[in-house]
Design a protein around this ligand. Structure first.
Ligand code: NAG
Length: 227
């Protein structure tokens, strides 16, 4: 009898409990798992003790170097790379190409542990360029815009509609006046336009499967539709 009334009492309180839960979440009260992550993080990064909530929130631990770094900064990463938070993870971070600020296609070079712009040579042999392949993985492919002097080494070339065209030059006849060819992130081939970056700045940039990324190189992405 008492148990039944307790049960129905709880049921009566359910809407109130839900409301409390929602208001607590909105007020930024940490869940037990968030608290646990923060205590793990403080264990790995003792220097966070006494730091601001923002610094603690934006810092991640790097397994490779055993050191903690602010996300969105260079940290331990190679050229054209930044330190990211691992998706859905409060504790760990990793380097990948700087897609957060750069809107151009960057390709990870596992040899140099840095990122280069698509269609640069990177670590590839003479006569090859570094691009994202059909699967999105960084790949050395034959540079078809060779040899000089037909394709001057002074310019950057890429394939556009099956032809060799110069990037960042406004004289490509397929582009509108004032536009030029460039390779935006997520694209394998150049498009006409302007290399403008309209990314909203994210305070804690998160690793994502961009074409040519370290994540793709490490087989940690599945092929996306349409590439
Ligand atoms: C780092 O190492 C920990 C413990 O071995 C593991 O749980 C975590 O997934 C690793 N994180 C990354 C980003 O490699």
């Amino acid at each position: 009898m008492e148990r039944a009334s307790l049960g129905s009492g709880l049921l009566n309180f359910l809407p109130v409990l839900l409301l409390l839960l929602v208001t607590h979440v909105c007020a930024g009260v940490m869940s037990p798992s968030e608290k646990e992550s923060i205590s793990i993080k403080k264990g790995l990064c003792p220097e966070l003790e006494g730091k601001s909530r923002y610094t603690i929130w934006a810092t991640r631990y790097d397994n490779e170097t055993g050191v903690c770094y602010m996300t969105g900064q260079k940290g331990p990463c190679g050229k054209n790379m930044i330190f990211y938070s691992v998706a859905n993870d409060q504790v760990y971070g990793e380097c990948d190409c700087n897609y957060d600020i750069e809107c151009k296609s960057l390709i990870y070079s596992p040899v140099f542990k840095e990122c280069v712009y698509a269609y640069d040579q990177g670590h590839c042999n003479e006569g090859y360029w570094l691009v994202a392949d059909k699967e999105g993985k960084p790949s050395c492919e034959r540079n078809l815009c060779r040899p000089p002097p037909k394709y001057s080494l002074k310019y950057k070339w890429a394939l556009f509609k099956g032809r060799c065209e110069r990037l960042f030059q406004s004289d490509v006849h397929d582009c509108k006046p004032g536009e030029y060819l460039w390779v935006p992130k997520g694209h394998r081939y150049p498009i006409c336009g302007k290399a403008e970056c309209r990314n909203p700045h994210s305070f804690v940039p998160t690793l994502q499967c961009e074409l040519g990324s370290k994540l793709f190189h490490e087989d940690r992405c599945t092929r996306r539709k349409g590439i």
